[in-house]
Ligand binder design. Structure first.
Ligand code: PLP
Length: 363
């Protein structure tokens, strides 16, 4: 029998997401520095809450996520009524695309924007549109120039992944102010907590009706395996997203772990401090051996090699030493590698290995 089952238009044009590698050829003991995970793991309180949730696996989770929303609201000084929780912030990104963009609509993002923006846009039938960056920084003028009457969503991560760079709140506000009336600005705050004293432009979300932010428990909170994130926006947006959201989209264990994690502010602060310390150390070490990088505000750095070939060779050499980092060819940055800030041992191993590489060592 010949079937006539075909996906919706555009689905087969999606280039599948390539996750950070977790294995290396030949290397036995592998240090994974390819997915921006927290080397210290989650708060012990979050781990304990997750384990405790195993005692009630037969029960459906909360549908309104009230306890977690209240905890997030309290810690961050936000309105719990305008928070939505998802299975990772990827799910919030997907809700936004499903809700606001369809066939004939455009979803705008910047040149080195996160790969899930075009994937979710195309899954919704919409057309992804890239605006150029300037020296690997989000360019507000380029984004505004790329807006049309069909632009429905504009995605910006600040700090951005995979560049690690950040632009000022003044620039973000100028973008929000200049958008056409039918366009919603999405501020992806996956790396917000790595920036001391930063709340992901929450004030801008509160002051305007065309800005939402997304946040995640996968990065500084060390809960990538649990799949939980959240969004904050104007009431009209949160109401629409909640109509698309499945009633039990987040597991009970993930909710419990996240609730404990967000309240353990001392642990989060410790993670932020350690990341900043080793990020600065590694950046200086690599710059001294001829591998400069833009200032990163996130939990990774992006050293620049002399050529795409040199970056590919360095990637292989790191792999041969059990160090798995992220090649950025798919992001259009083939002369760069993205290296997650691991613990002290990992950072020292990366510096030593790249020092040998720059002296001519090869895999
Ligand atoms: C890691 C990351 C996310 C989110 O991941 P989830 O695990 O789905 O919460 C979102 N945006 C950017 C830019 C990221 O780097």
């Amino acid at each position: 029998m010949r079937h006539k089952i075909t996906p919706q238009p555009g689905i087969l044009n999606i280039a599948p997401y390539v996750a950070g590698k977790s294995t290396a050829k030949g290397g036995n003991r592998v240090t994974k520095l390819s997915s921006n995970e927290n080397p210290l793991g989650p708060s012990p309180l979050a781990r304990a809450a997750f384990i405790e949730a195993a005692g009630a696996l037969e029960t459906y989770p909360s549908s309104d996520h009230a306890a977690l929303r209240a905890a997030i609201a309290k810690v961050h000084g936000l309105d719990a009524e305008r928070i939505i929780c998802g299975a990772g912030s990827d799910e919030i990104i997907s809700f936004l695309c499903t809700t606001y963009a369809g066939v004939g609509d455009e979803v705008l993002y910047s040149q080195y924007g996160f790969a899930m923006y075009p994937i979710s846009a195309m899954a919704a039938g919409a057309t992804p549109v890239q605006a150029p960056e300037t020296d690997r920084h989000t360019d507000v003028d380029a984004l505004l120039a790329a807006c049309t009457e069909r632009t429905r969503l504009v995605f910006i991560a600040n700090p951005n992944n995979p560049t690690g760079t950040m632009i000022s709140e003044t620039e973000i506000a100028r973008l929000a102010e200049g958008l056409p009336p039918q366009a919603l600005l999405v501020l992806d705050g996956a790396y917000t907590e790595f920036v001391e004293g930063f709340n992901g432009h929450a004030g801008l979300v509160e002051a305007r009706d065309n800005v939402v932010m997304t946040r995640t428990f996968s990065k500084i909170y060390g809960l990538g395996g649990a799949r939980i994130g959240w969004g904050y926006g104007p009431a009209h947006v949160i109401d629409a997203l909640n109509r698309v959201r499945g009633p039990f989209n987040v597991s009970a264990a993930a909710l419990a772990a996240a609730e404990a994690a967000v309240q353990d502010v001392d642990y989060t602060e410790k993670c932020r401090f350690e990341n900043a310390k080793w990020r600065g150390w590694l950046r200086d070490e690599l710059a001294a051996i001829g591998l400069p990088s833009d200032e990163s505000f996130a939990n990774f750095i992006v050293p620049r090699f002399a050529s795409p070939e040199a970056a590919a060779e360095a990637d292989l050499y790191l792999q041969s030493k059990g160090l798995v980092v992220r090649a950025l060819t798919g992001y259009g940055l083939p002369a760069h590698l993205r290296i997650t800030i691991g613990d002290e041992i990992a950072c020292r191993a990366v510096a030593a290995t790249l020092t040998d590489f720059m002296k001519g060592a090869r895999a």
